[in-house]
Design a protein around this ligand. Structure first.
Ligand code: SUG
Length: 447
């Protein structure tokens, strides 16, 4: 049977904006209050999806969420019509209001953690939406994320869905951004590498001083239990607290893996050598495991954070070669582009580098890898996916027209308080759920 990895990219939502909401995320803070272009952002994302489809990859689309989130504002005491709720919240609690307008669900690497059927005890693909507790604006995502994932992966014979972990910092879970699966082939049992920022129940352990560690060991362990993974095929590694303090707010800003390749920075992990030895032992020796470590002397942590060298996608092309999907920021850096050119000459599976412009997303700290959620699957499992979410020439054209029809060209902070934006957003999402055949997934549709 044929196995492959499918990528489900987040479609950027109609309220995409720069609100400076993510302390610890350098780009988010430095672009706060800049004017954004939702239309351009959505189109950049769609172009990347189409490019991966054209490279022969299985590519899907994950729908955005309803924003501003008036339901949360009502929970927080604002009342009246939706327009009154928006106007009053924008005036009386501007910081809260900005948070409920965020289109942050576009970064689907944070949507969920997914274990493929080859790794799980019951042979199903398991999904756990991330609770994203560390940032208020992101903690609003998991319920609707779960609804959308269930509408995409409905078939209960193949897919198992869990509720997100308890909404508390002890179980802070940022999903696949801190999860990497290494394997000799997609259909073979792999090693699932869970990376965490801190220990929730032991304050004597290392932790960052300046910026928050969003993801805990205890959250990783809970997801591994829920998914029925065997201890012999799981590795837990702690992120180096010093790099979190330098702006590496998720592991996918400092490391990325695919099949038998782990590409990471020298400073990425605590106890790096011991942990990589454990990884090698659990991976086994049947297939060579390529541990590609980038030294400080080659690319500094600051340069990696600026260019998102590690927030690249490493993908296996149909011809068996691996390619790196990088943001144009990597091409614009002399150091990083020279490094990548040299890397593809080396004796590793990585043989191609492709650059894409996702600047609208990058300005909020989201590179190519943040924009995608990976699901390793078989041809049979792919047939069980809602086929309307899979990218093809027709869907690409339809979604571009949909964006042209509904999205604003520009959004500034003041525009978010326009009650009309909620109506535009709901009209767009209602039509999108028909295009993607999702049924009713949004609060406004469920009543
Ligand atoms: O959670 N930015 C997102 C970026 C997420 C990137 N994802 C991965 N690395 N996988 C975050 O910090 C900024 C929103 C704002 O400031 O307007 C934001 O939410």
């Amino acid at each position: 049977m044929k196995f492959f990895e499918a990528n489900f990219d987040g479609l950027v939502g109609p309220t995409h904006n720069y609100a400076g909401l993510s302390i610890g995320n350098v780009a988010s803070l430095s672009n706060a209050k800049n004017t954004s272009s939702p239309r351009q952002a959505a189109k950049q994302g769609l172009s990347k999806m189409k490019a991966l489809h054209d490279l022969g990859m299985v590519q899907g689309v994950l729908a955005p969420q309803e924003r501003p989130d008036v339901y949360t504002l009502r929970r927080l005491g604002f009342s009246g019509s939706d327009a009154q709720v928006i106007t009053n919240a924008a005036k009386q609690a501007p910081a809260v209001f900005k948070a409920v307008c965020s289109a942050s669900s576009m970064w689907t690497a944070n949507a969920a953690t997914i274990s493929p059927s080859a790794d799980t005890a019951d042979g199903k693909i398991h999904f756990t939406p991330a609770n994203l507790t560390n940032k208020f604006h992101r903690s609003l995502e998991p319920v609707t994320t779960g609804n959308i994932l269930q509408a995409m992966f409905r078939n209960q014979e193949h897919f198992a869905h869990h509720t997100h972990l308890p909404d508390n910092d002890h179980f802070g879970d940022e999903g696949a951004a801190n999860h990497t699966r290494l394997c000799s082939a997609y259909g073979k049992r792999g090693v699932e590498l869970f990376v965490f920022g801190r220990y929730a129940f032991d304050s004597s352990k290392p932790a960052p001083q300046r910026f928050p560690a969003r993801h805990t060991l205890e959250a990783c362990e809970a997801v591994a239990r829920l998914h029925g993974l065997s201890d012999e095929h799981v590795v837990y590694m702690q992120q180096n607290p010093d790099v979190i303090d330098q702006g590496v707010f998720h592991n996918d800003v400092i490391a990325v893996g695919n099949q038998n390749v782990l590409f990471y920075h020298q400073q990425a992990f605590v106890d790096s050598q011991t942990k990589l030895n454990e990884l090698q032992r659990k991976f086994g020796n049947d297939t060579e495991l390529f541990l590609i470590e980038v030294k400080d002397s080659e690319v500094s942590v600051a340069e990696a954070v600026k260019t998102y060298l590690f927030n690249t996608q490493v993908i296996s092309l149909p011809n068996g070669e691996m390619a790196i999907i990088a943001p144009t920021e990597c091409q614009e850096s002399a150091t990083v582009s020279a490094y990548l050119n040299e890397l593809k000459q080396r004796n590793t599976p990585i043989k191609q580098i492709h650059y894409y412009d996702v600047k609208q997303s990058m300005r909020n700290g989201g590179g190519p890898a943040c924009l995608r959620l990976r699901v390793a699957m078989s041809e049979q499992e792919k047939q069980a996916v809602n086929q309307h979410v899979l990218m093809n020439d027709q869907l690409f054209a339809t979604l571009n027209q949909w964006v042209d029809k509904h999205y604003r060209d520009e959004i500034s902070e003041a525009d978010l308080a326009d009650p009309q934006l909620l109506q535009e957003s709901r009209t767009a999402l209602d039509e999108l759920t028909q295009i993607l055949n999702l049924g009713s997934v949004y609060p406004f549709q469920r009543g």
